[in-house]
Design a protein around this ligand. Structure first.
Ligand code: SF4
Length: 458
């Protein structure tokens, strides 16, 4: 994703004085990486839509959608949610239920009902799925037989492409050889482990289990088997992290032999253990956004110089096995079939959330209703917007993607990005600089706001 400057004289804005705000353009700064915006506007770009439907309308909408085979050939994925964790990590505000074998078995049986019912619908059967993602929570806390059974049922009940990416997310802790083998037998071909940091002190403070040596040994064993894609998440901005410990995390990542790595910024820690530690004085302070930005640059530079392939602003692949297909589809607005309590889906221009609590989700299933807590239409521009979000995520917005006329129309914004050190503009595309990649969510939101507030003349 290296940016290269070419001439810009031949591309001219079509509107004389469009509305441009600092939220769209960023602000001038000697260090745009650190100061172009005051903070990340949200964890993901392009969220939002119309007001939610009333419950009975949502039921009817889903019945209509699921009952209709799709004609379009867009990509689609399945997301299955497992809302259990054994320990709550200090930075997490996703934790929902403590893992217990009884509760998980009860949940698992309901999950199969949800899955089978949705899989049987004409919508689901009419086109193969490109990716499956079992996320959480900690899906690897399922038993070996539950993991096997889930993979097997998904493959039996849903049409999947031959090269479908089937990911199991989770922790390395207690993910033993037997579980790995049963997961492989069930059809899983990709594993995504939350490591966050290899540093034992950072891990302890974050309430992560296992020390550095244990993690490295386990990852090396998994990758040496060469039987699946192994990816990990790292997080920057955690308490006790330093430039040196982050560097060691990056080096450990390469040493572990994993096929892919995500670099995530610590965000949205309100209501977490970190927030409580700050409030009660156990923790003096946290890195601010400009400090975290420097860690992002350190990580991106290191991984790029090591020859990894950058697949998005935050994801790198070290082998061709890693495709990160589910994440790419989800970020670019592909249709997602959601299964499980707390799962979020997106089909037919509608987004929907299933109840976060198990009880209402289970009650709806038992009443033969769709378990839906909230549903809304995504707005008529949702496909274009999703393409923009996906393009910013991957570091460049092209005239081809945006349409020649709209690309020219957005040149005042792109020029401002360039002046602020966030992008490089040429006739065919605007390419985010490293600083722009760090702020890619803000920039995607900025471009969407620009197009919204400065509509193209009909
Ligand atoms: S394992 Fe994941 S979902 Fe569970 S508490 Fe930790 S970060 Fe949150």
């Amino acid at each position: 994703m290296s940016a290269s400057y070419q001439h810009t004289q031949s591309v001219q804005p079509t509107a004389p004085s469009p509305t441009l705000t600092e939220d769209m353009t960023g602000r001038p700064s000697p260090s745009p990486l650190q100061y172009a915006f005051s903070g990340k506007t949200s964890a993901h770009a392009g969220r939002g839509g119309q007001p939610p439907f009333a419950a009975e309308v949502a039921q009817q909408q889903l019945t209509n959608l699921f009952g209709t085979p799709v004609k379009a050939q867009g990509k689609r994925a399945l997301y299955v949610h497992i809302p259990f964790c054994r320990v709550r990590c200090s930075f997490c505000n996703f934790f929902k239920y403590a893992s217990s074998p009884q509760l998980m078995e009860q949940y698992f049986q309901c999950l199969l009902v949800d899955l089978e019912r949705k899989a049987a619908q004409p919508w689901s059967q009419s086109q193969p799925f490109d990716a499956v993602y079992i996320g959480g929570g900690t899906p690897t806390d399922l038993t070996a037989e539950q993991i096997y059974s889930l993979g097997e049922r998904i493959r039996a009940w849903l049409p999947l492409r031959d090269d479908c990416e089937i990911t199991l997310e989770g922790r390395l802790n207690k993910f033993n050889q037997h579980k790995f083998e049963r997961a492989l037998a069930g059809g899983f071909n990709r594993f995504s482990f939350g490591v966050q940091s290899f540093d034992t002190q950072v891990r302890k403070a974050a309430k992560r289990l296992d020390d550095r040596e244990t993690l490295l040994k386990q990852l090396k064993s998994l990758t040496a088997s060469n039987s699946a894609t192994i990816a990990i998440d790292l997080m920057y901005g955690l308490p006790h992290q330093t430039t040196q410990s982050w560097q060691q995390d990056l080096e450990d990542t390469l040493e572990s032999g994993v096929d892919g790595v995500d670099l995530y910024q610590l965000l949205n820690f309100q209501g977490t253990g970190i927030q409580r530690a700050l409030d009660n004085g156990q923790l003096d302070s946290l890195m601010d956004t400009p400090q975290r930005a420097l860690l992002y640059r350190q990580g991106a530079d290191y991984l790029n110089q090591a020859g990894l392939k950058q697949l998005s602003y935050c994801h790198w692949a070290s082998t061709d096995k890693e495709r990160s297909r589910y994440n790419r589809l989800a970020k670019s607005g592909a249709e997602i079939l959601a299964v499980g309590a707390g799962a979020g889906g997106n089909i037919g221009g509608l987004s929907y959330m299933q109840p976060r609590d198990i009880e209402p989700w289970q009650t709806a299933l038992e009443a033969n209703q769709w378990p839906v807590a909230m549903m809304m239409a995504k707005g008529k521009q949702h496909q274009r917007n999703a393409r923009i979000v996906g393009a910013c995520d991957q570091g460049a917005v092209s005239a081809e993607l945006l349409g020649e006329q709209r690309f020219k129309h957005a040149i005042p914004l792109f020029s401002a990005w360039q002046q602020n050190g966030l992008a490089m503009l040429d006739d065919e595309k605007v390419t985010l600089t490293l600083a722009g990649q760090f702020w890619s969510v803000n920039m995607a939101n900025g471009l969407l706001a620009y197009l919204n507030e400065n509509p193209l003349a009909a």
